[in-house]
Design a protein around this ligand. Sequence first.
Ligand code: PMP
Length: 390
Amino acid sequence: MTSDMPENVPARSTVRQTRLDSYVDRYAARTKGMSASEIRALFAVASRPEVVSLAGGMPNIAGLPLDVVGNAIGDLVRDNGAVAMQYGSGQGDPKLREQICDVMSLEGIEAHPDDVVITVGSQQAVDLVTRVFCDPGDVVICEAPSYVGALGVFRAYQCEVVHVAMDDDGVQPEALEQAIAAVAAAGKKAKFFYTIPNFHNPAGVSLSLERRSRVLEICQRAGLLVLEDNPYGLLGFEGDPVRAMRADDSEGIIYLGSFSKTFAPGFRVGWALAPHAVREKLVLAQESATLCPPVFSQLAISSYLSRGRAMLPRAVTNRVAYVPGTAFFADGFGAQCMRLSYCHPTPERITEGVRRLGAVIKEELELRQTFGAVAPGHGREYDAPGPELT
Ligand code: PMP
């Protein structure tokens, strides 16, 4: 077996590695469904330089403006460390929950921060929802194929997974209807339909708009809760983000989001947006699992989002990066400026980057028209000369 330990950590003795597990009769029945993910084993190997990894879904962190992130985190510790390093709310930081509502509005969702529960990545949100809804033997309906991490959760809670076929337009509504009917005919309870409607992992397809309303209709008719797992919805290369299913049904859907793909997975911050009553249960489950989601990570993401007025994460989502002007002033000035460096990319890449940035700025201006100007105190400027471009 491959180890993911650093080189200076001595290997365990072979005797210990091969010893039979003396606890084998004492584990809870639910551990029978728990097995080492092939993905986890692969991750250890994939980091070797000689391997061209087409395996793990790891975002390209090197593409982030790490100096800006570093400044934001340094300021956080200096200015607000006593809060950032303390226990926090079980439901998650109120300001970040508001910012999450702004993020979700890009997909047409109108939500109240009270209905958002912050989790340790959206992975934990899948876990909490399953913990709250599923008894052993309950059925979870999933697309075929489905996300390996979610399947692992369903197995750990001893759920039975019923797969539903997909094609290029996502899950097939007729197959979903048949699966719901077959589960009911077998006298079993389907607790929810788990779906990844955008840029499906691992199938890569997205659920067509036409099918979204049909799938919703089918689930509403059957009284089946939908678990809409959407870590990739903002990562499209062209056009506006697709309207989330949750935008059209606030009672029958639990929506999951994550900063792992739009920012960085190491912070482990995701969220669930749930109907009000379910939200209560999720908070209780969250408190028993972790007391509270990691405050430091939440505040780091929150301050990063505020700093760039949320434009930088959107730009990175659109695959273009810049350094906000605030990084070059010690006193909060520079919000109207950005640094665009042209020394490294090729002329073709610069043209493409500027095209992408243009689209992001256009969207930002539209948002400003809708939501108004930046908060007082921000956006103040020195009367300084522009950069020398010749
Ligand atoms: N859902 C899907 C479909 C995923 O692909 C992933 C991660 N690859 C997750 C949830 C979990 O992401 P995280 O916990 O990092 O938010």
